[in-house]
Design a protein around this ligand. Structure first.
Ligand SMILES: [Zn+2]
Length: 138
């Protein structure tokens, strides 16, 4: 028995962590490191609904960067090292931690948007118009 009993939350966490399609869970939702694919190559899910915007950067800053910054501060306070120790330890830890967590955060946001039918409040008609223009152009 797992710790998480909510089926939708399990799907969101699994899809985001693995970067896989929130519908079928088979193919990658990404076409590159952070760029979403246009469609799922397995089930054809159109990723047009996904608007993660700067959400992944916000979560990487709040959840990843702040704790890692405390490590750098602790290193400074505890050992008072020369500046190059921070260049060799603190900067790479922050860079790898933040850049590495962007993809799962984006995956979780996209999967969450899909499984919760999320749109920005009051913009449903605008998105419908934009989507209809996209269909007209094809
Ligand atoms: Zn799929």
């Amino acid at each position: 028995m797992g710790l998480i009993h909510n089926v939708k939350l399990k799907r969101i966490l699994r899809s985001g962590w693995n970067g896989t399609c929130p519908e079928c869970g088979k193919a990658s939702m990404f076409n590159g490191w952070l760029k979403l694919a246009d469609r799922c190559p397995n089930c054809g899910l159109d990723y047009k609904f996904a608007h993660a915007d700067d959400g992944p950067a916000f979560f990487a800053l709040c959840i990843t960067a702040f704790p890692l910054t405390f490590i750098a501060v602790w290193l400074e306070v505890e050992f008072d090292p020369p500046w190059w120790v921070h260049a060799l330890v603190s900067v790479p830890i922050l860079a790898v931690g933040c850049l590495g967590s962007l993809r799962p955060f984006k995956g979780w946001l996209v999967a969450s948007q899909y499984l919760n039918d999320a749109v920005q409040a009051g913009t449903e008609s605008s998105w419908a118009k934009l989507d209809s223009h996209d269909h007209d152009a094809r």
